[in-house]
Design a protein around this ligand. Sequence first.
Ligand SMILES: [Zn+2]
Length: 272
Amino acid sequence: MKRWFKTSLGLTIFGALLIAPFSNSLPTSAQTKISDPIFDIAIAQLHLQLAEVEDEEQEPEPQPELVTESVDCQLEKCIALTFDDGPTSNTYGILKSLKKAGAKATFFAIGLQLRAHPEIAQLVLSQGHELGGHSYDHRKLQYLSRAELERDFSYVSKLMFEATGERPELFRPPFGEYDDLVQEVAQSPLILWSVDPKDWLTRNPDETYERVVQAAKPGAIVVMHDNLASTRFALPRILKTLKSRGYRFVTVSEMIKDLNPNEVYRSGPNGN
Ligand SMILES: [Zn+2]
C-alpha cells in the first residue's frame, strides 16, 4: 500500500469524525436526497488536497498531449468516453487520469449532484471536458408529464448555469430510455452509446477494463460512471491500452460535428 494512500485513508477517517457531529446537526431539509452535501464537499476537498500532495511526491510528468480542435474523426481513430451520474468526489480521480493521458471526455451530470458539487462541475469544464444533462434525479422520464419534463430540464439547466456559467447542450436520458415527448422537450441531441461495460453492475475494475478494450472501435461512444470507484481504478489502464492502439480521446461534440438537436446518437463517424 502506498504511503499517500494510507495517509489519505487516515485523514479521511479523521475528517469524517471531525465533521460527523456537525453534519448530524444540519436541518433535515438539507440532508434530503443529497446524503449530506457539506460532509461530501469537505471529504472531496480533503481528497483534492491529498491528491495534490501525492502529485508533489511524484516525479515531474511530461506535459500531456492536448487534444485540439484539429482532430478529424473521419480520418483518425477517435473514441468518446462518457461518464454518467456525477459529479461526485470520485470524479476527481477520473479527471486526474484523463489529464495524465491528455484525454478529453464527456460527463452527463444529474441535477442532484450538480447541486451538491457545483465546484466539481466547474472543474470538469475548466479541464476542457464536455458537460451534458442527465435529468434531475435519474428517474424514468417517459413516465413524466410534459409539465414535469419541462420543469426537470429547466431546473437542471439552471443548476448547471449557476455552477459553471454554461447550459447543457447535450442530453443523455437516464437508463437510455426516452420517448417522443422526452426528445421534443429536451431540445438537445440525445446521446446514447455503442459500448456499455456495465460498470454499474459488476463494479469490478478488471471486468470494466476488459469489456471496454474488447469492444472499443473507432467512433464508439463508451458509457461509464464517474461515481464508481471501480471505474476510477479501471480508467488508467483503459486509457493506456487504447492510446497504445492509436486512439484519440475526444468529447462527443468533437467526435460528431454539427450535432442535430432532433437526433439520437449512439456512435460517431465510422462507429456502429
Ligand atoms: Zn445514469
